[in-house]
Design a protein around this ligand. Sequence first.
Ligand SMILES: [Zn+2]
Length: 391
Amino acid sequence: MRMVFELDGLFDGERVIENAGLVIDGGEVAWVGERRGLPKSAPGERSETTKPPGGFALPGMINCHAHLTLDGDANFAAEVTQNDTQAALKAFRNARAALRAGVTTVRDLGANGTMVIELARAIDRGLVEGPRIIAAGRGITTTGGHGLEVGRIADSVDEVRKAVREQAHAGAKVVKLFSTGGILGGGAPPELSQYSAEETRAAVEEAHKAGLRITTHAHGSGGMRIAAEAGIDSIEHATLLDEATIRTIKEHDVAIVPTLLVVQSLLDHATELDALVVERTRAVSERHREGVRAAHRAGVRIATGTDAGASFTRHAAYAVEVRLLTECGLSPTEALAAATAQAARVVGLDKAGRLGRGCWADIVFVEGDPLADPRTLGSPRGVYVRGAAVA
Ligand SMILES: [Zn+2]
């Protein structure tokens, strides 16, 4: 059964079509274009014009960086010690919260076990409702390094190879490395490079051999350069960018996922956080925005991710990231592309992030033009995933 939507406007991942028509057939988009060009249905073909839940449609949005097992508790250290059953239940609930907020694809970049890999499988099989999930399983970090709470340790070239193989075997669909220290948790500080060039190359080689993309957590420029030169696919946070690092990243065509929301959320709740976390966040936040602005000017690919699950960063708050990107110099169209087509490219799903013939029918309906007013993204009027309306 084909469903036909007549719309005031539609963003297809790159550009806006005014007075648009959208036809979906099963789980895929069958036609997109100006409304007056809507194809007549063939004789005998069942087709139904459906009133859209909102006048403007855009591709289902993609969160390139989330931790579904975590709610964003003020006390990160306490939340990460939860048991596996609680983690799995939260992942289920947070995945649905993200979906209702218009996020039809979530890339989970680290959990303390295989629960998100299992959740992704259950959703794929239709056992439970949820967004598409690309799960990393456990991240890979060093002894005393950042990210151990959602990772496992690997301290040498051989151990890094083994760790990547282990995650691939467990069913991970992306590999997550921790190239530098971090802000939350008690591990190494943000600017410290955790992995050598040899270790990073081994991780990239093993991930690519398994047919997986590899992304890395990196705040410091040294760690970002090592990762970019080793052939990493994307860099998470990209906090302390300088001109030389931006050049290296651009040269190697590495995408960045700046996760501006987590930094903003930590600063907004400074009084409720551990002093060390606040100090580390304040020290980097201005340089972070300047770096993202410079990277954008240099033509570096940028995609949206929020680090949802880190303290005070909620899974449903995704739309704020789109607005924060415009504060770093992206035009509204570029920011919306970062949330859709660009993000799809980063996570490696060529049928997601766009509304075009043959793409997945993952659709967000909003009221009003989200390019004129990005706040409309924060309250979707309807979400479709795999061609089905989300309750
Ligand atoms: Zn993270």
